[in-house]
Ligand binder design. Structure first.
Ligand code: NAD
Length: 503
């Protein structure tokens, strides 16, 4: 049976997307639209407005006006908390609808849309978490260091207009990781979702007004990197860019931000290792988890997936067997079918990229254990690739160094702990890492030595209150927790002599 998602479009009531500028929904000034083709079927799902430079300019000016003259940055803590908590409740109420919209956007199956780490539920929890900071973040009163009697105080103030730019793969959680701390701090926002996950974000923005957020505080510009994203990152009135996406666009943002010295937070890609020792509590589970991370749900299109498994030679074959079993258990198809576990690749460009990596992996001498093919038949109109495992991988090979962003696990053998650490750290990236061992001292020893932002010991569970981000070329700054909230503020020092005595 040929796959189709069109009936779900009618059921969820999907409408074409508009821009949201200064509290009004409207098309782009030039009337251009983007038609979204579904990654599982190739069908045209719907279209949305493309914001040109003039639209982006209006949106940034609206955010700037709302920051300079609107109520939000000056709203009392209690009121701001109430808005964020109301919004969290609205997200929970609309969780099922949002999950279905996402399935129409990026093809992420409903089965995975409910997994906590990428769900609407964690997005709501993130809003509640940041609502909790609003009346707790303050400055300090410092003692005079020398001479005179004077007060030295610090205040934390909202940073200004934030350009928030999202990728397509985890729109709920990343929308929340940017908007919750920005709004909690009193900033105003121009939001640009990915052109491959727009419809669910449009709905999330509609719900902000229902929660009582004043007009102009969050503005939505939709469209691709060029022209929409470019106009946003180069706009002089943007004070901070908060970006999640690829390293290449992250590098472009750093360059573009230099002229007006914008603050920049970057959450980029990874090539994260999982190190498996012979004493791991369950080698089979480690193999299934590693393969699950690169197949179940996003088909490996996840920044923090542990795509390089470093496995001790004594348990190498056992690990491979378990990973292979997991590869065989993954199901594909209609994302609305609850039995379907994994998504297609997001677009044809990504499909070609992943198949290219697989071909060159074989040419460079890695052993293809399973997978590596584009799926045909009923799946032929979609971008489906079978779960792929490469063994006997050397860390110098392209498949061990580049972020493939597809269902590809590379398995590298090691013998000594030091060797494993050296290979694990031999990468340009530093987003995550996994350690599988029953030896707690070894686990913590390695956790200290690995140069990565988030380390999982015998497992990995993301939560709303923990900092998340990368070392090296995986990014700048952290999302989640107190440091993320502080990143949306500027620190101001106020000095006041209390006597006429000269300092
Ligand atoms: P991408 O970089 O292609 O696009 C991300 C966003 O940037 C999109 O909204 C896109 O339209 C926009 N964009 C593209 N060019 C732009 C430009 N010149 N100026 C401004 N905006 C521009 O990434 P993607 O394919 O959407 O997402 C996949 C990447 O995101 C992977 O590298 C993945 O590792 C990374 N990612 C990182 C995290 C994290 O938390 N570290 C989380 C999810 C995804």
């Amino acid at each position: 049976m040929t796959l189709t998602v069109t009936p779900h479009r009618e059921a969820v009531g999907l409408k074409d997307g508009l821009l949201h500028v200064d509290g009004r929904w409207r098309p782009g000034r030039e009337g251009r639209t983007w038609t979204h083709h579904h990654p599982a079927t190739g069908e045209a799902v719907g279209s949305f407005a493309v914001a040109e430079a003039a639209d982006v300019d209006e949106a940034v000016r609206a955010a700037s006006k709302a920051f300079e003259a609107g109520p939000w940055p000056r709203t009392k803590a209690g009121q701001r908390i109430a808005v964020l908590l109301r919004y969290a409740a609205l997200l929970r109420e609309h969780a099922e609808e949002l999950k279905r919209l996402q399935a129409l956007d990026n093809g992420v199956p409903l089965s995975f849309g409910g997994i906590y780490a990428t769900s609407v539920g964690i997005a709501a929890d993130i809003f509640e978490h940041h609502a909790g900071w609003i009346d707790k973040i303050g400055g300090q009163t410092l003692p005079a260091h020398q001479g005179g009697d004077h007060l030295a105080m610090t205040f934390r103030e909202p940073i200004g207009v934030v350009a928030a730019i999202l990728p397509w793969n985890a729109p709920f959680v990343l929308f929340a990781q940017k908007l919750a701390p920005a709004l909690a701090a009193g900033c105003t926002v121009v939001l640009k979702p990915s052109e491959y996950a727009t419809f669910c974000v449009v709905r999330m923005v509609e719900l902000l007004a229902e929660a009582g957020l004043p007009e102009g505080v969050v503005n939505l510009v939709t469209g691709p990197g060029d022209p929409t994203g470019e106009a946003l990152i180069t706009h002089p009135l943007v004070d901070k860019i908060s970006f999640t996406g690829s390293r290449a666009v992250g590098q472009r943002i750093v360059r573009a931000s230099a002229d007006t010295m914008k603050r920049v937070s970057l959450e980029l890609g990874g090539k994260s290792p999982a190190i498996v020792f012979p004493d791991a509590p369950n080698i089979g589970l480690a193999g299934m988890t590693a393969m699950g991370m690169v197949t179940v749900g996003l088909s490996g299109q996840a920044c923090v997936a542990h795509t390089r498994a470093l496995v001790h030679r004594d348990v190498y074959e056992e690990f491979l067997g378990a990973a292979q079993m997991m590869a065989g258990a993954v199901t594909f198809g209609d994302p609305f079918d609850p039995a379907v576990l994994a998504s297609p690749l997001i677009n044809e460009r990504q499909l070609g990229r992943v198949l290219g990596f697989i071909e060159r992996g074989q040419q460079q001498g890695a052993r293809l254990v399973t997978g590596g093919e584009r799926m045909d038949g009923d799946y032929g109109a979609g971008n489906f690739v079978t779960p792929t495992i490469f063994a006997e991988v050397d860390n110098s090979m392209e498949i061990a160094r580049e972020e493939v962003f597809g269902p590809v696990l590379t398995v590298l053998p090691f013998t000594e702990e030091d060797e494993a650490v050296r290979i694990a750290n031999d990468t340009d990236y530093g987003l995550g890492a996994g350690i599988y061992t029953a030896d707690a001292r070894r686990a913590f020893r390695l956790a200290r030595r690995l140069r990565a932002g988030t380390i999982g010991i015998n497992g990995f569970q993301l939560e709303p209150h923990v900092p998340f981000g990368g070392f090296k070329q995986s990014g700048l700054g952290r999302e989640g927790g107190r440091s993320a909230f502080e990143d949306y503020t500027e620190l101001k020092t106020v000095l006041m002599p209390l006597t006429d005595e000269m300092m």
